[in-house]
Design a binder for this molecule. Structure first.
Ligand code: ZN
Length: 228
């Protein structure tokens, strides 16, 4: 196809797609559709997942968990157009690059219950509100239990749910740390995640592999019985 045949919108898209990340940073494009891309890379001593959700029309992106390895994290964030960062919770392994992303001009958002666990932050995340990322809409779901301020994020018009350390393949996150509570994490998972979302919803946790609600939901009673 000759370039002259491309509509302006397609030109713009091609331009954004050309702005890709450096492969040496081991960033994986794990999901995409016509409007968005989800990139994932793994950082730090306990293998934290960092996600970048990017609007392909505007080139704007949000980063989920400024966890660690700030030099690599900043390089990836800047090459993908990240302009703000949301924190799934305040545990040390999820916040190691918070200061450096703030120094680089990105604002950091966190729930009020976990805010004091961060060295600093910019904004507090409300429950059940929409954060706009270009044309994308990221909805907040306060899901306490792993920590009091744990929060998950649903990307509207997609089957994607970012669960932090609240829900993993095989069960809930650890609820035995300070501020954690097993009954609370189970209630969060049941009422805020399993009940409202469809079985084909894909969960993207703070560590390890993704899963679907369809494969996790049948095990809820098992998890309650075993107590973890
Ligand atoms: Zn944690």
């Amino acid at each position: 196809m000759r370039l002259a045949n491309l509509r302006p919108g397609q030109n713009r898209l091609a331009e954004w797609q050309a702005r890709s990340v450096n492969n040496n940073d081991n960033v994986e494009l794990v999901w995409s559709n016509a409007n968005c891309e989800v990139h994932r890379f793994v950082v730090g001593p306990v293998q934290n997942n960092v996600y970048v959700v990017r609007c392909t029309h505007s080139g704007t992106a949000v980063l989920i968990d400024a966890a660690n390895e700030h030099e690599r994290l900043l390089r990836v964030a800047q090459s993908l157009g990240v302009d703000f960062v949301v924190e799934t919770h305040g545990h040390w392994d999820h916040i190691g690059a918070v200061e450096q992303v703030r120094e680089a001009g990105m604002s950091v958002w966190v729930r009020k219950e976990d805010a004091a666990m961060l060295p600093s932050y910019d904004q507090l995340l409300e429950d059940d509100t929409v954060l706009e990322v270009g044309s994308l809409r990221l909805r907040t779901l306060h899901t306490p239990g792993h920590t009091p301020g744990s929060i998950s994020f649903a990307l509207e018009s997609t089957p994607l749910l970012f669960t932090g350390d609240t829900l993993f393949p095989g069960g809930p996150g650890n609820a035995t740390f300070e501020g954690g509570d097993f009954a609370t994490i189970i209630r969060s998972i049941d009422e805020r995640i399993f009940s409202p979302f469809a079985p084909e919803t894909i969960i993207w946790p703070g560590h390890g592999a993704s899963s679907t609600l369809g494969s996790e939901r049948p095990h809820l009673e098992e998890w309650i019985e075993r107590g973890w």
